[in-house]
Design a protein around this ligand. Sequence first.
Ligand SMILES: [Fe+2]
Length: 347
Amino acid sequence: MKDCEIATLTLDNDQLDQLHKASLDLARHGGPQAPGAALKARLWARLLEASLQPVQQATVNLFADGKLAALLFARLRAPKDDPLPERLPELAALEQDFTCLYLGSRNQVLLELVRHCAFAFDIDNDGKHLRLVGNFKGGGRLPRHDEDRRKPVELSSHAGLRLGPHTEAPYHCSVVARDGHSPAPSALVLSARWNPAGEPTRIVPLRSVIEGLGSLDVLALSSRSFDFTRSECFVDGHGAGGAATSIIDFDEQGGFSVRYNAYRFSLNEQASDAAARAFDAFQSRLAQTRPVDFVLQPDTVLLVNNTRALHGRESLCDNRRLLIRLFGYSRFARPLILKQDPLLVRG
Ligand SMILES: [Fe+2]
């Protein structure tokens, strides 16, 4: 355990076999986007849960109840015969690729193990559950083979740029839908298919950051004094920035929930001096906080609680790095559901 907010779960050989069988079954079914995948993943997860030791179950419950910043599944079985390509294949080909579906399905089963369900926003990632995080659009330290360095690069997980610490959008609310917007994801789940340079995913658990602030600063951060800009991964013409949201809310489960993005949040022009001071204090504590680095590989899955941890990364060195991501809602989340299966919600 690297931090009391971060736990590691190691599965035994029988559990690893079970998880592999489940992931294979779901990938053959079509992966997380296929109708019926959520129910199948849930049933596999309950089967896996029945084999957990009490100490494993206790760790699972901590994440399920929103009490951890991150949970790492280490030493999983990596897919066999998956050589590193000379360069990153096209996004459309990877989205249909069996190994990507396998890793996405494994993510889905582990989300269900911690009682979260995979979903997609209508306005984000073209409404798809599986998000392939890699440098498809340029902006890494070295140019892609087809990259024109004069063109602007979007600031999203489909490019190679540095992504400063953030929680995932949307930023209107964290648990219960408000003003026609579903809450931010409760969690994201990440694995890597290729990460040849061992480039880390950086996690900032927020509990100690919040506890290091003065009580009046925390109170001011809960006021609706902050604006955010539109996420560039939103579908063209959909989603917008927002005005007057809070950064921190009281939350019955984890005690608090945070929404923040280092490169999208700013102070609202109506904000009080106290909110301005609190915003500065929060940002300077973040700057002093050393993130916990996780080098994801095919044998690792990282679950990040999106309400009590920030995540980010440096600009990419090796353009073949490919992460596989899904969003999950906890059993406490109350989104605006557009379609049940596969679960699609209003962003
Ligand atoms: Fe992100």
